[in-house]
Write a protein that binds this ligand. Structure first.
Ligand code: 1CP
Length: 342
């Protein structure tokens, strides 16, 4: 098996830096857009054969070192009785706002609510037959709480910041509930064959360092602690969170995802080599001509340095308008570096 991704997660030596791309199974691919023209997003997520088809699209096209299951971080929120829709961005029918609503939550087991996520992981693992490892994923408790309270994506997510001010104990209760859900969601995927898992804390960067330390961090730590016994690498990714980078390195995750705002050499210094790093080419760099993509990618590899424990990726999800030729240039740049150092 191509295990350079798993080796890099464990900070072991590799023949070349592994590469995968956040949101690699997405709208920049013509074959994905074709599939989505036939089926709506939720049907795609809930039909393992179709979800696996989407996961395999980037693997068939590019020499990538990991596949990610096709799903969404918000799907397990249905275990709390939420009604979700996507058109194409997500909406939650009745956002949670009061401590009464939070105290009344009676979560159903995640495995009963999203069994199709486990089925997709198992089928993906079978289809890949060892070609590259399978990554499972979940939202982090804080980011899920941000959507649950707001009801949809929103710049700065004011509803959760208002809840933090009005009723911090209720926010604590909500995060406790979500920590259990995140552990269950990832256990489901690990049991089905996921060989690594990534936790997306997409909105933790809206918090001050004190609030990150008091709310987002303990909640994700608890979720990760529940996974230790499986010995599967855990990646924690909180974009726009350079102001809490040192705290973000203490979640218990093996790998810290770094967005493009923080140089990898600075991240390495601040984390003292205690975690592997993943990232961090600016997704917008892939909108430049291929020769520029190559330059920018090689600059990221230079910043990452020669020590083991770097996984090449973008600093956030790939943008929908990205040309396929840019991804090809990125893959070629990573392969080129192998020849230079070999
Ligand atoms: O096809 C479509 O038009 C729907 C767009 C889409 C896709 C392709 C959504 C709706 N979700 C997904 C799949 C998805 N989501 C994946 C698997 C694909 C892959 O990685 O290759 C993953 C890992 C996610 C994770 C996800 N969903 C995050 C975390 C990543 C990040 O960018 O920070 C978040 C915040 C979501 C919520 C979500 N789902 C969809 C959208 C458009 C959003 C963001 C909405 C918002 O905040 O406004």
């Amino acid at each position: 098996m191509n295990d350079r991704f798993l080796r890099a997660c464990r900070r072991e030596s590799v023949d070349r830096t592994p590469l995968w791309i956040m949101r690699q199974a997405g709208r920049y691919l013509p074959e994905y857009r074709e599939l989505r023209a036939r089926v709506d997003f939720l049907t795609l997520c809930r039909t393992p054969e179709l979800a696996v088809e989407a996961s395999l699209m980037p693997i068939r096209r590019f020499d990538l070192d990991a596949a990610i299951v096709f799903s969404d971080i918000l799907l397990p929120l249905e275990s709390l009785g939420c009604e979700l829709s996507f058109d194409p961005s997500p909406r939650i029918a009745r956002p949670l706002r009061s401590s009464e609503e939070i105290a009344a939550l009676r979560p159903r087991p995640v495995a009963e609510v999203v069994p199709y996520v486990g089925d997709a992981v198992a089928l993906l693992r079978r289809e890949l037959s060892g070609r590259v490892p399978v990554i499972g994923f979940s939202g982090a408790p804080f980011t899920l709480a941000a959507y649950l309270t707001e009801g949809h994506g929103h710049d700065g997510f004011p509803a959760i910041r208002a809840l933090r001010a009005a009723d911090p104990a209720a926010l604590g209760t909500l995060l406790d509930t979500l920590s259990v859900m995140v552990t269950e969601h990832l256990e489901l995927q690990i049991a089905a064959g996921a060989q690594a898992v990534q936790i997306f804390d997409s909105w933790a960067g809206i918090l001050s360092p004190a609030d990150f330390a008091a709310f987002a961090l303990p909640a994700v730590r608890r979720a990760i602690r529940g996974l230790r016994r499986y010995h599967v690498p855990v990646i924690y990714f909180a974009p726009a969170a350079g102001h809490v980078l040192e705290l973000a390195a203490t979640t218990g995750a093996d790998v810290l995802g770094v967005c493009w705002r923080t140089p990898l050499d600075a991240a390495r210094r601040l984390t003292g080599g205690r975690v592997a790093l993943q990232g961090n080419l600016d997704p917008a760099a892939l909108l430049a001509p291929p020769a520029r993509v190559r330059e920018r990618a090689l600059a990221v590899l230079d910043e990452a340095g020669d020590e083991p424990g770097h996984i090449m990726n973008l600093g956030h999800g790939i943008l929908p308008g990205t040309p396929v030729a840019s991804v090809e240039a990125l893959v070629a740049a990573v392969a080129e570096r192998e020849r230079r150092t070999a």
